[in-house]
Write a protein that binds this ligand. Structure first.
Ligand code: HEM
Length: 514
C-alpha cells in the first residue's frame, strides 16, 4: 500500500469527534443551590452517556474476545497512538475475530486466513477504509475512492499498464536508474555503515517516476517530487490534525501534491503529443495513451491530463512506502543470511555469464528463480503491509454466530496468514527454498500468500514491485559486498504507514571486483 490505507484504527478514529461527547459548557460558579442543580444535571448526563457508551460497545461486541469494558471516551486510543507488532500480535492471538473500540469506532480484527479473505472478498458488505487525510491529499475525485462496479470498470482499464509486455518495457528504465544510483552509492557509502532508509526510498521514487513518466518530466522534477513526497507519507501518520491549516502535515502534503500534479499533468500532455506522432511507447503513460488509441480497445477512451496525473499520483502514493519497506527488508534479510546471498550471486553468474553491465531483461529475470524466491520469501517474512482497514457498509454476517454491525471498522490481518506454520513450516525463518518446489506446501496454498491483499482491491502493481525489488537486489549483489550492522533495534519494527526496521537498516556497501 500500499499504502494509502491506515495501518491502525486510530487513523480513522482521530479526526472524528463524536457528537456524543460534545457537551455544552456550563457556568461553574458556585452561587447557591441553583449551581448545584447544574452540577448534578451535568453529572447525570455524563454518567448516562458513559453508561450508554458501554452498553453500545457490549451489544456490538457480544461474545467476541476483547475487553469486557471499553475505556470511557477514548477506548484503546493510547495503544493505537504508538502501535507495536507485539500489541497487534496479542490482539490477533486473542481470537480469529476480536473486538476493540477507539473513540466511538467499533473495530473487529480478523486474524485467520478464512476471515481475512472473507472480508476482502465481500464488496457488498465491506469496502476499503481510507484515512481521513487521503481525500485531501489525493483529491476526492481520484479513482482510488471508487467502489463496486465503477471501481471494477475503471481498474480494468488500468491493468493493461502492468501486463508482462508492459513490465518488459519498464525493466530497462529500472535497470538504468538503479545503476545510476549505485554509481552514487559507491561514493556515498564510506567506511562505516549508515541507514539506507532514505537512500532506498529515493531510488524507488526516482525509478517509479521514470517508469511512469519517462522523459516527459525533467530530471530536476523527479528530484523535486521525491524530496517533497516525504510530506505525503508523513501526513498518513496514524493520527493527524483534521484541518489542513498552514504548518500542519496535511497542509504540507497538499503542497507536495500540487507540485507533483503540476509535473504529472505536463507529462500526460507531452505523452499524448508524442504518441500522436506514432512514436514507440517508452513509459507507463505512453503505454496508456497507446492502449486508448488501439481500435481493439474496449473501454473508456478519453482521459484528461489531470485524470491521468491523478492515477499516476495514486500509484506513487500506493507504492512508495510499501516498495521501500520491501526493498529495505530485502537488503536486511539477504545481508543477514550470507549463505542465501552467495546463492543469489551464483545464480547471477550462471545466467549473466560475466555480462553484468548488460541491461537486465524480463527474459533474463525469468532465468533467475532463486532471486524471485528470495523476494517472495522476504516479503512473506516481513510483509510491508501487515493489515488493511475496511469498513462494513451494512450489517455483515461474517460467521454463523456473529454479525458485524454496519459502520464498523474491519481489519483483516495479512501477517497471520503469512506466518501460518501449517503452510510455512518454520514461519519465522528466511527460507527461499520453500518456493522452489512447485509441490511444496507454500506453493500449494497460494491463498495464504496475502502480501498483496486479495479480492477486488488486490495490489495492481505487484508484478512491477516484485520485479523492481528483484532487479535492485540482483544488481546490488554483483556490484557490492554488503555488511549489515546489526543493532538492538534491527529486529524492532517501526510502523509508519508500512513497516521499517527501527534503526533504518544500517548497511555498508563496498564495490566488488567483478
Ligand atoms: C512491495 C510493494 C507493495 C506492496 C506490499 C503492496 C501491497 C498492497 C496491498 C496490501 C494493497 C491492498 C489490497 C487489498 O485491499 O486487498 C495494495 C493496493 C494497491 N496497490 Fe500495492 N503494494 C505494493 C506496491 C505497489 C506498486 C508498485 C503500485 C503501483 C505501481 C501499487 C499500487 C496499488 C494500488 C493502486 C492499490 C489499490 C488497488 C485498488 O484499490 O483497486 N502497489 N497494495
Amino acid at each position: 500500500m500500499s499504502f494509502f490505507k491506515s495501518a491502525s484504527p486510530a487513523a480513522a478514529a482521530a479526526p472524528t469527534a463524536s457528537p456524543l461527547y460534545s457537551l455544552p459548557t456550563f457556568p461553574f460558579a458556585f452561587n447557591g443551590p441553583k449551581s448545584y442543580t447544574w452540577l448534578y444535571t451535568t453529572g447525570a448526563i455524563v454518567f448516562a452517556l458513559l453508561a450508554l457508551e458501554q452498553t453500545v460497545y457490549r451489544r456490538r461486541k457480544r461474545h467476541l474476545p476483547g475487553d469486557a469494558w471499553t475505556i470511557p471516551i477514548i477506548g484503546k486510543f493510547a495503544d493505537s497512538m504508538k502501535p507495536t507488532m507485539e500489541g497487534y500480535k496479542r490482539q490477533w492471538d486473542s481470537g480469529v475475530l476480536s473486538a476493540i473500540s477507539v473513540f466511538h469506532i467499533f473495530i473487529v480484527m480478523a486474524s485467520s486466513n478464512a476471515y481475512a479473505r472473507k472480508i476482502l472478498n465481500s464488496p457488498t458488505y465491506a469496502e476499503p477504509c481510507l484515512v481521513h487525510s487521503a481525500k485531501q491529499i489525493l483529491l476526492p475525485d481520484n479513482w482510488v475512492f471508487l467502489t463496486g462496479k465503477t471501481h471494477v470498470d475503471y481498474r480494468r482499464g488500468l491493468t493493461n499498464l502492468f501486463t508482462r509486455k508492459a513490465i518488459g518495457l519498464y525493466i530497462s528504465k529500472q535497470d538504468t536508474i538503479t545503476r545510476e544510483h549505485f554509481a552514487r552509492w559507491r561514493d556515498e557509502f564510506g567506511s562505516s555503515p549508515q541507514p539506507i532508509m532514505f537512500t532506498a526510498r529515493y531510488l524507488n521514487m526516482d525509478t517509479s517516476l521514470r517508469v511512469f513518466c519517462g522523459d516527459h518530466i525533467p530530471a530536476h522534477a523527479t528530484k523535486e517530487i521525491s524530496e517533497k513526497y516525504w510530506a505525503v507519507t508523513q501526513a498518513l501518520e496514524l493520527v493527524n490534525f483534521p484541518f489542513a491549516w498552514p504548518g500542519t502535515k496535511v497542509y504540507k502534503a497538499i503542497q507536495a501534491r500540487k507540485v507533483a500534479m503540476y509535473w504529472l499533468e505536463l507529462a500526460a500532455s507531452r505523452s499524448k503529443e508524442e504518441m500522436a506522432t506514432g512514436a514507440e511507447p517508452s513509459c507507463l503513460l505512453d503505454r496508456w495513451v497507446q492502449t486508448l488509441a488501439d481500435p481493439a480497445y474496449k473501454g473508456r477512451r478519453e482521459f484528461s491530463d489531470h485524470e491521468m496525473a491523478m492515477v499516476v499520483f495514486s500509484f506513487l502514493f500506493a507504492s512508495q512506502d510499501a516498495m521501500s519497506s520491501g526493498l529495505i527488508y530485502g537488503f536486511q534479510h539477504l545481508a543477514d543470511h550470507p549463505e542465501v546471498l552467495a546463492k543469489v550471486r551464483a545464480e547471477q553468474e550462471r545466467v549473466r555469464k560475466g555480462n553484468y553491465e548488460n541491461p537486465l531483461t524480463i527474459e533474463l529475470m525469468d532465468e533467475m528463480p532463486y532471486l524471485q524466491a528470495v523476494v517472495k520469501e522476504s516479503l512473506r517474512l516481513q510483509p510491508p503491509v501487515v493489515m488493511v482497514p475496511y469498513k462494513s457498509t451494512k450489517a455483515f454476517p461474517i460467521s454463523d454466530d456473529y454479525t458485524v454491525p454496519a459502520g464498523s471498522m474491519l481489519i483483516p490481518s495479512f501477517y497471520n496468514s503469512l506466518h501460518d506454520e501449517e503452510v510455512y513450516p518454520e514461519p519465522y525463518a528466511f527460507l527461499p527454498e520453500r518456493w522452489l518446489d512447485p509441490q511444496s506446501v507454500a506453493n500449494q496454498n497460494p491463498k495464504h500468500y496475502m502480501v498483496w491483499g486479495a479480492g477486488p482491491h488486490r495490489c495492481i502493481g505487484l508484478e512491477y514491485a516484485t520485479m523492481n525489488i528483484a532487479l535492485v537486489l540482483g544488481i546490488a549483489a554483483m556490484q557490492f559486498d554488503w555488511e549489515h550492522e546489526v543493532t538492538p533495534l534491527s529486529d524492532k519494527i517501526d510502523i509508519i504507514a508500512t513497516v521499517f526496521p527501527k534503526d533504518g537498516c544500517r548497511m555498508k556497501f563496498t564495490p566488488r571486483k567483478q
